[in-house]
Write a protein that binds this ligand. Structure first.
Ligand SMILES: C[S@@+](CC[C@H](N)C(=O)[O-])C[C@H]1O[C@@H](n2cnc3c(N)ncnc32)[C@H](O)[C@@H]1O
Length: 288
């Protein structure tokens, strides 16, 4: 993210492509020829070693963005990463790929301090026992049924020490949340539905997260007038919500086809005087 200077951003909120979720395979392959080769090899032998190599390579790829985030954040700045674990069968053996723990370890190695995370429990309208994919495994018989992955993680990290403010800082006090909001937002489980599927096909392909997620995180971890960055902007949710909350915003999105969606959601509705910059090219992972 070369447009952004060292120590210049107060908050990063994002949801990257999820490693080992099939819908993102092609994107990772385009970002990194090594992953493309490994995915081809997987088709040929379906082997355990190849899958492990793909998992490693996808996380190495994302790690470049986490390192770049560390560089641009101010001392005390916060990074919020929405990520789901993935399940995949290899040679008929079902297993989970714990993306959340891999990202946590990577961010710690980069220098971030890990903070308590949030579990987003995705409420579903699917019937619990009849819904396709609601349960995996052998129904009512122990011991071979699997737990359904119905939570995603919102991982929270801090760069450096706590931020300091002058006493009674006006912008900070103007950004205060209510007691009810504090009690709900700072508890570990957030339960609400995913994005309603009435959006465009293009927007659905980004797997947009609910505005409520971005809204809470931006109000919990930044102050009016500050800068919020999303390195994987998708349909523009983070920027839209940053504007609504009087924060400035920079978003990176490599898929130029999403520009009209992002523009419709954001710049077209900028009556908040927020400074918004949408950069439609790849961030630092892969080639530009
Ligand atoms: C999970 S989606 C983000 C969805 C977003 N939170 C929303 O609400 O729409 C991830 C996005 O990252 C983009 N992306 C993936 N790799 C990228 C890269 N290297 N640089 C910029 N954008 C990238 C993809 O095109 C995709 O739109």
């Amino acid at each position: 993210m070369p447009e952004l200077a060292d120590d210049s951003v107060q908050l990063m909120v994002t949801s990257p492509p999820y490693p080992m979720i099939a819908m993102w395979d092609e994107l990772f392959a385009r970002s990194d020829p090594k992953i493309a080769d490994l995915l081809k090899k997987l088709g040929a032998d379906g082997g355990e070693i190849t899958v492990r190599q793909i998992y490693d390579a996808m996380h190495e790829n994302l790690a470049k963005v986490w390192a770049e985030t560390y560089r641009i954040l101010v001392d005390g700045g916060i990074a919020c990463i929405n990520i789901g674990d993935a399940t995949r069968s290899i040679n008929g053996r079902f297993q989970v790929f714990p993306n959340h723990s891999r990202i946590t370890e990577t961010c710690e190695k980069i220098g971030f301090t890990t903070l308590p995370y949030i579990l987003w429990k995705k409420l579903t309208t699917k019937p619990m026992y009849k819904g396709k994919g609601a349960f995996l495994g052998s129904g009512f018989l122990p011991p071979n049924a699997y737990i359904t992955l119905d939570c995603e993680f919102i991982l929270l990290f801090r760069k450096g020490k706590l931020r300091k403010f002058p006493p009674h800082d006006k912008e900070r006090y103007d950004s205060a949340f209510t007691k009810t909001q504090r009690d709900e937002w700072f508890s570990q489980i957030w339960a609400f539905k995913g994005v309603r599927q009435t959006t465009s096909e293009l927007e659905r392909r980004t797997a947009a997260y609910p505005e409520e997620i971005a809204d809470r995180l931006i109000r919990m971890f930044s102050i009016k007038g500050e800068l919020v960055v999303d390195p994987f902007l998708g349909s523009g949710t983070t920027t839209k919500v940053a504007m609504q909350n009087k924060r400035n915003s920079v978003g990176y999105e490599m898929d130029e086809k999403l520009l009209p969606v992002i523009t419709r959601k954001t710049v077209g509705h900028n009556d908040m005087d927020s400074v918004v910059e949408i950069i439609t090219r790849k961030n630092e992972i892969g080639s530009t």
